[in-house]
Design a protein around this ligand. Structure first.
Ligand code: SF4
Length: 283
């Protein structure tokens, strides 16, 4: 079964996917991967504890108190996520204290936004505790695992917004956003998640969003019926690639190689020949 992240690797560089999945070469741990995990886990903790936090609000309180309450909880979630990956951070030469400073601005903004939403909702509806939680929309579920036998595809969605009338997948990305729209790899991931969700809940998913957290951009993608054909065609191409005995060509985009963790092995012809020979003789 393919994973959704294989789709974006395929779009990035076919050869890279082949090196990873067929020739079993692994990229060394990268700074951005560790930071990405911490970011994901922070949002995961925030969403998992949101219900307990909201239901703990039992009366009307000033806006500033809600801000402080949210700040306190969210800073703890960020600290816990950093603590859980302290060893990995140190291994790639990052000081965990610096990570807190780097992420805190974003997490703080999120805490203020959510606290403001709650404050405004209470002002309008005057509900508290369980009733407040039940009335709030959307509910957000993070790291939602989905699988499709039909597509032969599995993935984990960063966030799913549960609205009364349907579901909206959200992909959270660090790194620069394109000038318009979203990067091709992010687009195909979002389409895949929308279709996986659709099959899971047996309900059409009409849209999704990619959130580029560093630039605070939330980019929309409308899902249409032709996308399923596009996705199925890509899955078939990937399966063909993985079944082939031919090493794909280098990507023509040199800048991709510059930031690729496999560039050393990939461009070392003698290493590649020996590695392929060893794999073949081991079969
Ligand atoms: S070094 Fe370049 S060609 Fe090789 S796998 Fe990475 S991106 Fe592809």
């Amino acid at each position: 079964m393919l994973t959704v992240s294989m789709l974006s690797t395929y779009l990035y560089c076919k050869r890279k996917l082949y090196l990873q999945k067929v020739l079993k070469l692994e990229e060394p741990e990268r700074e951005d991967a560790v930071l990405g995990t911490i970011r994901h886990e922070t949002y995961d903790l925030i969403n998992k504890h949101e219900q307990a936090l909201v239901t703990s609000i039992q009366r009307k309180v000033p806006r500033e108190i809600l801000h402080e309450l949210y700040k306190l909880h969210y800073s703890e979630h960020l600290r816990n996520a950093i603590r859980a990956h302290k060893e990995r951070l140190l291994a790639v030469g990052i000081n965990p204290g610096e990570v807190f400073k780097q992420f805190w601005t974003l997490v703080l903004e999120e805490s203020i936004t959510r606290a403001d939403n709650i404050y405004n909702f209470i002002e309008t509806h005057l509900v508290f505790g369980e009733k407040l939680w039940e009335s709030l929309m959307p509910k957000i579920v993070s790291e939602f695992g989905v699988l499709s036998e039909e597509l032969d595809l599995v993935g984990k969605i960063d966030q799913v917004e549960h609205w009364k009338d349907g579901f909206v997948p959200i992909e959270i990305k660090t790194g620069a956003a394109p000038q318009d729209g979203i990067w091709p790899g992010h687009r195909i991931q979002l389409i895949a998640y929308a279709l996986l969700l659709e099959e899971h809940y047996k309900k059409p998913v009409k849209e999704g969003f990619v959130v580029y957290v560093n630039s605070r951009q939330r980019r929309h993608v409308a899902i249409n019926p032709f996308m399923k054909l596009e996705l199925k065609a890509m899955i078939a191409e990937i399966k063909q690639l993985l079944a082939s005995r031919e090493l794909p060509e280098y990507t023509p985009h040199k800048r991709k190689c510059e930031s690729c963790g496999l560039r050393q092995q990939c461009h070392d012809k003698a290493f590649m020949e020996q590695h392929i020979w060893m794999l073949q003789t081991a079969q």
